[in-house]
Ligand binder design. Structure first.
Ligand code: NAD
Ligand code: ZN
Length: 375
């Protein structure tokens, strides 16, 4: 088996490494040591991940001579609510941290976003390390420095840009991840191919299913390629001031509307919404004459082949949901990516040729959604 891969995120003064490979939780102490000058760290994890990896992380830190406290929050998105965040801050302060205390996020995107935001404001800012344990967190949320929590106005509306000092993506952790969560994360992997890397999309068509099924080298390669893509985009446009970082939202305008309609709950996972949303974004591009219909079909075919729900009818597992085009468009207007009520879409001229468009005619959008609802 090949060793770990390292991806450097090039940010002036705050560059950091993403290390990807098997067995990294057991090596986390040794790898994190240079980033923990004070010798002290507090890990935040959730109730699903704690019994699986909590003690192993602690033992690994102990072997490196590092003291590690563990705080466990309930698994699930509710741990990103204000009240939960306030409790976490007090739990952290109970441990009398100082400015050199380092936080460690052990878990999926929920724990990562929560821990990163806590680190950005604890004692006006301490360092943090990401140990992502879901595929989504390994290829997306742990990279790039967006952190945040939820309010009743929507998800991630309170947050900060705060880059981690180090990311350790242990590919072995994916072995315990529920298959549906693994697949949802894979949608974000495919996204990088569809944005600007057609050769990666070719590779995923050939090897993606094997990587999902457990092929160890394939997993490292797909995560590494994804992190490289995100790192490159983040280094060029850290705060999404230009259009480049916005490309990472391919499938997300549609996806968020589907998630909003299904209540951001277990009926539709984020990555599942993104997969269906990328299908719709390619279909819309084809309908507007921007993208060959064959490319749209090819994008859909791969996502469906690995088992992602691509038809609106397939969402929720029953046929009872009454989707409505006008309501979906309303959700899109409420999205924080909409600027002054104008809808932003990431469209494509083909596989690996995504671009930002604010010019989508509403009648084309309505017609597309009505077709997708009927399909
Ligand atoms: N900051 C960003 O740039 C960014 C990007 C995308 C998504 N996000 C955020 O990420 C969150 C979603 O992340 P997620 O999909 O990782 O969800 P999650 O953190 O809720 O994890 C999904 C489920 O898997 C469990 N789990 C995690 N690792 C496991 C493992 N190795 N074995 C078994 N179970 C495991 C968790 O306990 C949870 O129940 C959302 O809050 C979203 O807003 C942030
Ligand atoms: Zn996403």
């Amino acid at each position: 088996m090949s060793g770990p891969a390292t991806v450097r995120v090039d940010l002036a003064g705050r560059a950091y490494d993403i290390v990807i490979g098997p067995g990294l939780i057991d090596r986390a102490g040794e790898l994190a040591r240079p980033a923990i000058a004070g010798g002290r760290a507090v890990a935040i994890t959730d109730s699903q991940v704690a019994p699986l990896y909590g003690e192993r992380l602690k033992a690994s830190f102990a072997r490196a001579g590092l003291a590690l406290d563990l705080i466990t929050v309930p698994a699930g998105e509710a741990s990103k609510e204000f009240g939960a965040f306030a409790r976490l801050m007090n739990d952290l302060l109970d441990r009398r941290p100082d400015r050199r205390t380092v936080l460690v996020a052990l878990g999926g995107g929920v724990v990562g976003d929560l821990t990163g935001f806590a680190a950005s404001v604890l004692l006006r800012g301490v360092d943090f390390i990401q140990v992502p344990t879901t595929l989504l967190a390994q290829v997306d949320s742990s990279v790039g420095g967006k952190t945040g929590i939820n309010t009743r106005h929507g998800k991630n509306l309170v947050g900060a840009f705060h880059q981690p000092r180090l990311v350790l993506a242990d590919t072995d952790a994916l072995a315990t991840l529920p298959p549906r969560e693994l697949l949802a994360g894979y949608a974000e992997v495919v996204k990088y191919g569809l944005i600007d890397d057609p050769a990666f999309f070719d590779w995923l068509e050939a090897k993606g299913a094997a990587a999902l099924a457990g092929d160890a080298d394939g997993r490292v390669r797909m995560i590494e390629t994804s992190c490289r893509a995100k790192a490159r985009i983040v280094a060029a446009d850290e705060r999404e001031t230009g259009d480049l970082r916005a490309l990472l939202n391919l499938g997300h305008t549609f996806g968020h509307a589907l998630e909003a309609e299904t209540g951001f709950g277990p009926e539709l996972l984020h990555g599942e919404g993104v997969a269906a949303g990328m299908g719709l974004a390619f279909d819309l591009s084809a309908r507007l004459g921007l993208c060959p219909a064959a490319d749209a079909a090819r994008a859909r075919r791969h996502l469906a082949a690995v088992g992602l729900p691509m038809r609106l009818r397939a969402i929720g597992g029953d046929n009872s949901r009454a989707w409505n085009a006008a309501r979906l468009i309303d959700h899109m207007r409420g999205d924080k990516k909409a600027v002054a009520g104008k809808l932003t879409f990431i469209l494509a001229r083909g596989i690996g040729r995504a671009f930002v468009s604010r010019e989508v005619p509403e009648d084309a959008l309505t017609a597309l959604l009505n077709e997708a609802i009927a399909a």
